[in-house]
Design a binder for this molecule. Structure first.
Ligand code: CA
Length: 303
């Protein structure tokens, strides 16, 4: 275990572009403290402001990129999330013609939330906080904007990316060039209005490199399961691809023919929705560890 490396939120970028100069270079097994602006670049601080007054070039900042020594194309980058701390003020917004109900959401509105210990207060309603990371990804040849999710990770908006989880991402360039941002104090599956409780804060994480096991899609490991996160433009296409990948993983990991793996998937795998409001929709498929242990799953999911 190496010492704690701090990466401040003045080091942000807006595309997962391999040409972006690294903000820091660290060894595998390093502990990181990554400070993050909120998803709107901390531009909205009161309910009298709305997204109509902000600079959209400063939306979805990711802190980094962080170069991990020894990470090469074809490896998996493992990011173990050890802690997420947020500031006390968060915001939630509506954006005209966005979200799950774009035809009904015509106005830009803002609500300020208070994050008080384990709770988030919205208009006097107390919600259990579920602090999570919205954007986590590595450089990709597509050079995707940080607001777009994909094989490289990015704007996954998946509430399982939280303390205790490990995220596995496919390394596509030397050093991986990890970026983290877009913290949420709480969010429901779907992120229906287009925003979560968007909040600045910091993440403590440990990074490691697993040689030769780049997964086909990002994987989140929790205490009892691994989830494959598939992000594509159409929800139906994302669902089909997630199921196809899950069947492939069961077939490879358990040495089953395709039909047996398909039937076993039907009995054991849960299909869930992460978000349906970003340029690509993210679905996740849950494979219990009792059926496929993590290491075997990583091997089966690798390209
Ligand atoms: Ca987001």
């Amino acid at each position: 275990m190496q010492g704690l490396v701090k990466i401040a939120s003045d080091k942000v970028f807006y595309r997962f572009d391999p040409e972006t100069p690294p903000a820091a270079s660290v060894k595998p097994r390093s502990l990181l403290e990554v400070q993050c602006l909120d998803a709107l670049g901390n531009q909205i601080t009161s309910e009298s402001q709305s997204v109509e007054g902000i600079d959209w070039n400063r939306v979805n900042p990711a802190t980094g990129p962080i170069y991990i020594e020894g990470a090469e194309k074809g490896d998996a980058l493992a990011v173990r999330i050890l802690g997420i701390e947020t500031e006390e003020r968060g915001i939630v917004v509506t954006v005209p013609n966005e979200g799950a109900l774009p035809h009904l959401a015509k106005e830009a509105r803002t609500r300020v939330c208070r994050v008080l210990g384990d709770f988030v207060e919205f208009m006097g309603f107390r919600l259990k906080a579920r602090k999570m990371i919205g954007v986590i990804g590595v450089a990709s040849p597509e050079r995707p904007p940080t607001g777009v999710p994909g094989r490289h990770g990015g704007n996954l908006d998946t509430r399982l990316i939280t303390t205790g989880a490990t995220v596995y991402l496919p390394v596509m360039f030397d050093g991986a060039l990890l970026g983290i941002g877009d913290l949420h104090a709480v969010m429901g599956d779907g992120e229906v209005c287009v925003a979560a409780c968007e909040v600045p804060g910091r993440v403590i994480a440990e990074v490691d490199v697993i040689k030769g096991l780049a997964p086909s899609w990002p994987i989140v490991e929790t205490e009892d399961a691994c989830y494959l996160l598939v992000s594509l433009e159409g929800l139906e296409k994302a669902v089909q691809t997630a199921v196809e990948e899950a069947v492939k993983i069961l077939s490879r990991a358990l040495n089953l023919n395709w039909y047996d793996a398909y039937m076993l998937a039907s009995l054991s795998v849960d299909l869930e929705l992460s978000q349906l409001v970003d340029p690509r929709k993210t679905v996740r498929v849950r494979v219990p560890k009792t059926l496929v242990p993590t290491e075997r799953l990583l091997r089966a999911a690798s390209l």
